[in-house]
Design a binder for this molecule. Structure first.
Ligand SMILES: [Zn+2]
Length: 450
């Protein structure tokens, strides 16, 4: 069976127009896919940024299992490894430096492409040399960086390079009968700089700042923005989601009705709700409540469905294996969603969310910064240091009124789950990935490093 997994970076559940009661048509390509699939309205990512979210998506384990998320250890089985063992041909395509081979994600893939990396070895080594010689903040490096950035895209195209969409389309066209194609789209990740047609469609007004400048200011000093600038940031994000949907649509046109298609976000995006813009380590719903849409092969289709039972990212890999007829490895924590996609009930399980990094230590484990959340659609319990607080999502969906140490029967299953998780987390055996200056610079461009 052909399987296509599309992950969209930093895409909030509120900005998926296939969700019921959505008002704006931001994702029309996905709306039409949803007419032939199952929409999960309560899907939860286990972590609030790429490095904290992907371990669960691709290994069906919690982010801090197996020593944590600094690198996917060899004894932590990836979906791609399991499928490759079963004879599947696997292709992975992404442009996010957090997903590079050095972080352990490439195992099991016949082809693994980082299209965000510089395509020219000469340019790469020149860049490394300048960073080593002058440092990242030196004007010489900054000037060279500017030239690299604007010179590399046309160079890449000239040399026949391709982006995620064209690579994914080609992979899908060439894929053998048993194949798995995973493509990760970086839009709508900051800086929100979508093409003009999408900015015009939502009426973005920019004033003197460029889209990138405004987004960068919003990420670094959100309180310094005027009302009008905040509105522009909202619209730029909206336009970026539209651009992502357009790109998803181009990929979908290359996949047949006989394929399994799964579309989700790695995590959400904060837009001023709790002061921040972007996705710093926090466990609010704007960061962990994500869109999820599964379109089964046509022969398995039970009809369009909306599933309100809470499901989790750890459930995605077991679902793919279930359709592929491959047993899940013992390390997988999730449950297959296939019964729900076929219209049957599945148990609603609490979703664990967790992170142990600070804004200053992205992607690195900092035990003192551990935060654990346990979520049900109605309640959420969060521990952070010595603090413990809850949100009643029925009366406070925006999570603006934390209740310290909440009591009562509703909270008991969440307390139990939180205690179990806290006791199980073990940071011994963590392995860190080397991060060279080129990766650091790409992370800086995405707003991760100051
Ligand atoms: Zn991400």
């Amino acid at each position: 069976m052909k399987t296509l997994l599309i992950t969209v970076d930093a895409w909030r559940a509120s900005h998926a127009s296939f969700m019921p009661n959505s008002t704006a048509s931001r994702t029309p390509a996905l709306e039409s896919l949803a007419e032939r699939g199952a929409v999960f309205t309560q899907a939860v990512s286990h972590g609030p940024a790429t490095p904290y979210a992907f371990p669960a998506l691709l290994t069906s384990t919690y982010p801090l299992d197996f020593g944590g998320y600094e690198r996917i250890r060899e004894d932590r089985t990836l979906l791609s490894e399991r499928l490759a063992d079963a004879g599947y041909s696997c292709t992975g395509i992404h442009a996010n430096p957090w997903l590079g081979e050095r972080y352990g994600y490439a195992r099991g893939y016949e082809t693994y492409r980082d299209v965000g990396a510089f395509s020219s070895p000469t340019l790469d080594s020149a860049r490394e040399f300048l960073i080593d010689r002058f440092g990242l903040d030196h004007p010489v490096y900054r000037a060279a960086q500017y030239l690299f950035r604007f010179g590399s895209a046309p160079l890449y195209r000239l040399r026949g390079g391709a982006d995620e969409v064209s690579l994914a389309r080609r992979a899908l066209t060439d894929a053998p009968a048993d194949s798995f194609v995973w493509v990760h789209l970086l839009d709508p990740h900051a800086p929100y700089a979508p093409p003009k047609r999408h900015r015009e469609a939502v009426g973005v007004r920019l004033g003197r700042s460029s889209a990138t400048q405004l987004t960068t200011r919003a990420q670094h000093s959100p309180d310094g923005l005027s009302e009008r600038e905040r509105e522009s940031v909202h619209r730029l994000y909206d336009a970026s989601v539209r651009h992502a949907d357009e790109r998803v649509g181009a990929i979908l046109s290359a996949v047949g009705d006989d394929a399994l298609v799964v579309v989700t976000a790695d995590h959400g995006e904060a837009l001023f709700e709790h002061g921040q813009v972007g996705h710093e380590p926090a466990l609010y719903d704007e960061l962990v409540h994500v869109p999820l849409l599964v379109r089964p092969p046509a022969s398995e289709l039970a009809g369009p469905l909306v599933v309100d039972t809470q499901v989790r990212h750890v459930d995605i890999a077991p679902t793919v294996l279930d359709y592929a007829g491959v047993d899940a490895p013992p390390s997988f924590r999730g449950q297959s969603l296939r019964p729900a996609i076929e219209g049957r009930a599945i148990p609603e399980l609490p979703a664990v969310t967790e992170v142990a990094s600070t804004r200053q230590t992205p992607g690195r484990i900092d035990e003192s910064a551990l935060q654990i959340g346990v979520r049900l659609p109605t309640h959420k319990l969060v521990s952070r240091g010595d603090e413990l607080y809850g949100f009643d999502l029925r009366t406070d969906p925006g999570e603006l009124a934390p209740v310290p140490n909440p009591e009562g029967a509703d909270w008991r299953p969440l307390y139990r789950q939180l205690r179990e998780r806290r006791d199980a987390i073990d940071f011994t055996g963590a392995v860190a990935a080397e991060r060279d200056a080129t990766v650091e610079e790409r992370l800086r461009e995405l707003g991760y490093l100051d």
